[in-house]
Design a protein around this ligand. Sequence first.
Ligand SMILES: [Zn+2]
Length: 291
Amino acid sequence: MPELPEVETVRRGLDPLLTGAKIISVKLNRKNLRFPFPEAFSERLVGRTIIKLSRRAKYLLFYLSHNETILSHLGMSGSWRIEDEFSRKEHSSIGKLVAHDHCIINVQAKDDKIYRLTYNDARRFGFILLTDTTKLYEHPLLRRLGVEPMNNTLSGAYLKKAFANKKTSLKTALLDQSIVAGLGNIYVCEALWRSHLSPRRSAFTLALEDVYMLESANFLAQNICNLITEAIISGGTSLRDYMHADGSLGYFQHYFSVYGREGKECLNCRVPIVRILQSGRSSFYCPQCQK
Ligand SMILES: [Zn+2]
């Protein structure tokens, strides 16, 4: 599943060609993805200019002229790719089935060239919605999202406040999108390992005013931000093959310190990594280093 760094990688890949581009035609190959495509989708898009490409948590936001914004989520297997005439010919070699190309948007970019923007999604858990830009952050999918896991928004003080009185596990609390938005299972496991904190610990303990915990919240916040930043820099990570927004297929070679390493030696202390289930999700951690 694409995590926040992959979505940000897609945004950065699409941005140079799409910002300022004019939509010239739209083709839908089916009526719905996870949700139905918006009513009169094509008519509402054609003639609009893409003003800005943004991201909130794992949602891609295409700000359009005339005050509407495309809100897109990649779900489990979604990808956007952008191709000019030349790269389109190479399409058969990039590994995604044309049968899963559900939405095709032709745009005229600022360089006057025509590009084809295609949404492909084999499992169709992703979606493409259209919403009023002035009410964008009141949208049900966006309005309750917490802070971005970035240095300028996430801090130890914020986590302490959010976790005070929370009796759920630290792992579950970190996956709560209303606290930290866009943080997924992989990065929570990795951040907890780096921070020497057990995923089983109760979240409220991070807010306790004892000497050890005082630094732990800061350390955890910093580790989360560092992990996300590192992953964005390395071009996003994924367990499976993942398509870059520019149409090329990227196999991200990312080595996780703890995620997916059940039974293997902890890189700190050589004790075997343990996997447990928490709220139906796998947690990987070192029982020796993480308390
Ligand atoms: Zn260890």
